[in-house]
Design a binder for this molecule. Structure first.
Ligand code: ADP
Length: 493
């Protein structure tokens, strides 16, 4: 197997900061690559909420003063380092006080609004990554970028650094975790990022629908691109509903576009060892799972019963996640013999609507609007079923967590959900969950009803649970596919 030097760059890395699936991926994939004996180092911004003491961040003498010239203004970054907990992966934290010494990561927590200078914040970070590598004298074979926040790196390398000996053998990979986040900004911002005028002229690589679009540029300049499931990689080139207008741009790079399913970090998401759940269990002691359900019911004021299935959701409350279907179906759903718990953060309108329902159906429905790791784990462990009716889903992690926890997923057949959850077929006895195709409340209800009808048949239900628990979505499998991707990138001129 090849040994690569890989610089993995992300705007969030769990457990330092996490707002969604990217944070999980950016910590688990590098660990899996390290286990495959790759020389991998991580780089991320040092945000104020990262606790320097808790994570033992250390100064790096060489990185006391990293000059980062951009758009005619040189800012000074400084770098600290720490290990990713429980691993030997080095993480570099790049700090530019005027850009990152703030309460929020992407948005001001008080207003919920994105910081207006996000383009500059992440452009300086991207440039700082390249300058840091030079100061460290560490020449990576691959710079692995993620999302629009780091999508400028391939562009800077191919333009401003194209004659720089240091980077002659460095190639770039860009992973698109979610095509709906594109890094769109007013065109006037371009010069501040050293993006010349002609590149933001209509049809230029950084122009899209009259705006500056950082993801578009990243897709066009990266040596190789991938998304986080095979199905999503197909959907975004073939279906305008999924491509967000990028179908042609992606099609122009179809030869270099791959789909690699995200993995699960089973050291964190495993009911045998989960530190957040009161009763641990595995597929041989599945009967213990209900101990978690009992705690979850007690905490939410539900009368515990083995016979009443508990349906869980842990989700961002945004359009992508199909919240509107849940709202539309709620009155109907509440006529069923079930309990429902929803944990999520996101749009106010969804919170308000859900809150109203929670008041109306106090004894059956509980909603929690916060980011709560412990409760997320408890829901995975304590619920009988897990609902993900996403409009689109590049990969989705929670359905894979649910499978491992014997919590039967009910999902819309799209993206990574389609790649991981197979509809139960009573005739063959095969399947690990319940799926529906059409994006409608009726189709979703139909799938939930099928699950509810089978639930009392404990033998069949256990069979479905065990089929899910057997599935292996460990990062080892996906990490090997990334190595193949790196090989492909290195063959590029
Ligand atoms: P996305 O990245 O689109 O939000 P994923 O399913 O890929 O969706 O990943 C979501 C991750 O964030 C999971 O680890 C999930 O448990 C976690 N998560 C989402 N909302 C919350 C919340 N309110 N509290 C705790 N964890 C959450």
């Amino acid at each position: 197997m090849n040994n690569f030097k890989i610089c993995y760059v992300a705007s969030e890395v769990s457990p330092f900061v996490k707002t969604g699936g990217l944070g999980d991926v950016a910590s688990a994939l590098p660990v899996a690559l390290k286990e495959l004996e790759q020389d991998i180092r991580l780089m991320m911004p040092k945000y104020r909420p990262i606790n320097e003491r808790k994570f033992v961040l250390r100064d790096v003498i060489r990185l006391r003063e990293v000059k980062v010239p951009l758009g005619g203004l040189t800012r000074i970054a400084s770098g600290k380092t720490a290990f990713l907990p429980q691993s030997k992966v080095h993480v570099y934290f790049l700090f530019i006080p005027e850009l990152f010494d703030r309460k929020g990561i992407y948005a001001d927590p008080e207003t919920g609004q994105d910081y207006p200078d996000n383009a500059e914040r992440f452009a300086y970070f991207s440039k700082a990554v390249l300058e840091t590598l030079k100061l460290l004298y560490w020449q990576p074979d691959i710079i692995h970028c993620n999302e629009w926040q780091t999508a400028l790196i391939p562009f800077y390398l191919k333009t401003y650094y194209q004659d720089d000996e240091f980077f002659q053998n460095t190639r770039t990979v860009l992973t698109v975790h979610n095509l709906s986040y594109q890094g769109r900004f007013p065109l006037e911002v371009a010069p501040r990022l050293d993006i010349p005028e002609e590149l933001v002229a209509p049809g230029g690589p950084f122009e899209f629908q009259g705006e500056l679009n950082l993801l578009k540029g990243g897709i066009l300049y990266a040596d190789v691109i991938n998304t986080v499931s095979e199905r999503y990689a197909e959907e975004i080139v073939s279906d305008p509903e999924y491509g967000f207008g990028f179908e042609n741009i992606l099609a122009s790079r179809k030869k270099d576009l791959y789909g690699i399913l995200n993995g699960v970090d089973y050291s964190v998401w495993n009911p045998e060892t989960d530190k957040y759940i009161p009763v641990k269990y595995d597929s041989k002691t599945l009967e213990k799972k209900s101990g978690n359900k009992k705690v979850l019911c007690d905490q939410n004021g539900f009368a515990f019963s083995e016979d009443i299935p508990l349906l869980g959701m842990v989700t961002r409350l945004i359009e992508q996640k199909g919240i509107e279907l849940v709202l539309e179906a709620m009155d109907e759903l509440m006529k069923r013999n079930l309990y429902m718990i929803i944990l999520g953060t996101g749009e106010e309108k969804y919170q308000k609507a859900l809150e109203k329902f929670a008041r109306k159906y106090k004894k059956k429905l509980a909603v929690h609007f916060k980011f709560d790791e412990r409760l997320a784990h408890l829901i995975e462990a304590g619920a009988d079923m897990f609902l993900m009716p996403s409009k689109f889903e590049p990969c989705g992690l929670n359905q894979m967590y649910s499978l491992r926890y014997g919590t039967v997923p009910i999902v819309r057949e799209t993206g990574g959900l389609a790649d991981t959850v197979k509809d139960f077929d009573p005739e063959t006895g095969k399947g690990n969950g319940f799926t529906f195709k059409e994006f409608s409340a009726a189709a979703m209800l139909e799938a939930i009803d099928r699950a509810l009808a089978i639930y009392p048949d404990r033998k069949t239900w256990t069979k479905i649970q065990k089929a899910g628990m057997r599935a292996d979505f460990s990062w080892q499998v996906s990490a090997k596919k990334y190595l193949k991707l790196y090989e492909k990138a290195l063959k590029k001129k």
